[in-house]
Ligand binder design. Sequence first.
Ligand code: MRU
Length: 360
Amino acid sequence: MFSTDDLCSLRWDAVSAKVEVIDQTLLPHTLRWCHLDSLSAFCHAISNMQVRGAPLIGITAAFGLAHALSDDASDDNLARASAALLATRPTAVNLRWALEQVTAAVQILPPSARARVALETARVLREEDIANCERIGDNGLKLLQPLVSGDRLNIMTHCNAGWLATVQWGTALAPIYKAHASGIPVHVWVSETRPRNQGTNLTAWELHRAGVPCTIVTDNSCGQLMRQGRVDCVIVGSDRTAANGDVCNKIGTYLKALSARANAIPFYVALPESTIDWTCPGGDQIPIEERDEAEVLSIAGVDAAGELREVNLAAAHSRALNPAFDVTPSDLVSALITEHGNFAASAQGLQQLRTVMTGV
Ligand code: MRU
């Protein structure tokens, strides 16, 4: 499905080591590549959500650390740059995971060898992310095939867990792309995902570009659609999955899981191994990012002349609370779709996954 001509979210030039990302704050209106040429540019891109989505945050941070080491590969700078990148966003554990991968690869080396190995590690992580997401697509497809009965398979998703959130394929969207490519008549309900509207701005854009039929719906309409029998399953991604199978994902995910359970609809969570926090016993221990209230109180879009504008929604004195993620307890999750196969969302299911991963 994805050929070499297709877009990816982060590209890297092997000769110049130049890293470019799609500035996702401008989508769906403008597709612009942004060159990340300093540690502060990498940090800014993650914290301001030019790149976002758990796997992509991790890959970007890996390249950011490699870039910092090309300037100064001392132990001090390794620690400083890693801490700066780790502080950009708190919830997606892929960020910590990717920094640990690069650090483990370089810290045993003399400083003169570190930049090259760090860049090579980042490159490998990027390639592996693409391969893992494609496997997630294949494994998720096995769960979708038995659900096909009527004239179309209606899948609901939330936020953006497509290739814009990874490098290619995505997590939650990978099984959908695979189903579409295999001839299954999929239709996707895209919930808009207030306040930053990743569903409207990113998921609908991605799906439209791939020719996958989709309809944007308000976050609040999802329960009603499920109750009316218009949803065959829900697939979302994850920013951090705890060792007991609790899943942290974009705010609003929990409400969808509750509604899916009440309406006997399968609720699947797609994630790579790098999203599992084995050190975290349960969802209550996951740090939930709180973002600026301005994201709730205002909204951005293009006007009739095509100019990007931000307008206030609320009265000037209004205050808002903006938690960016929520936790869905494991018992509401029908299965975890991973690159290693599909597993129960439970401590036992994750132990089985670990056995497959390590072969022990
Ligand atoms: O705040 P964001 O846009 O980084 O949140 C992204 C999500 O919540 C995704 O669903 C999650 O990272 C899974 S991505 C493959």
